[in-house]
Design a protein around this ligand. Structure first.
Ligand code: ZN
Ligand code: ZN
Length: 174
């Protein structure tokens, strides 16, 4: 049986009419724009074999994808920390134990609104170590007011790398 092929209004890719729950959008676009179930794409020769999508999203949908993230739970965060601690050297571990705090959410104005802030996991000098769940990595930022991260940053480091960086920074005499 030959499948009916349509053109998606958003990304302008061809797609199999049957594969999408929406009349004029491919499964990919209907997922990101309206929350319909996406196709579990399987690409072969530049096309999904299931929905025939060509894998190229519009700029608008790409923007949605980059902003889409879900806040990490405390339990998940603790697992990340545990795994990092197990990879630290004795020295790094000692330092970590000095600065580690019980994770707490701090405000960050630029990107932190959606997740109700970011988890801060360590404090030293005028700096905090916090988890950026958008980029999935630990970051170091300064703070002026307790409870507020001064600047956003987008490192994708595991915690033990962050600690190593701090330890190796010349101004840090810890
Ligand atoms: Zn589309
Ligand atoms: Zn597909």
């Amino acid at each position: 049986m030959k499948q009916e092929i349509k053109i998606c209004d958003e990304c302008e890719s061809e797609y199999f009419a049957d594969s999408s729950e929406m009349m004029k959008l491919c499964p990919e676009c209907s997922h990101y724009l309206y929350g319909y179930e996406n196709c579990n794409h399987v690409f072969s020769n530049g096309r999904c074999t299931k929905c025939y999508w060509n894998g190229v999203s519009s700029d608008y949908v790409n923007g949605l994808k980059s902003k889409r993230w879900t806040p990490i739970s405390l339990a998940e965060l603790k697992k990340l920390i545990e795994s990092a601690v197990s990879k630290m050297t004795t020295k790094e571990n000692k330092f970590w134990n000095k600065i580690a705090i019980r994770p707490i959410k701090w405000k960050e104005i630029e990107y932190g609104e959606e997740g109700n802030g970011f988890w801060v996991v360590g404090i030293f000098d005028n700096k905090v170590i916090w988890y950026n769940e958008i980029e999935e990595g630990f970051n170091v930022s300064t703070y002026s007011n307790y409870g507020e991260i001064d600047e956003y940053s987008a490192e994708q480091d595991e915690l033990q790398w962050t600690i190593k960086k701090i330890k190796n920074a010349p101004q840090q005499g810890v």
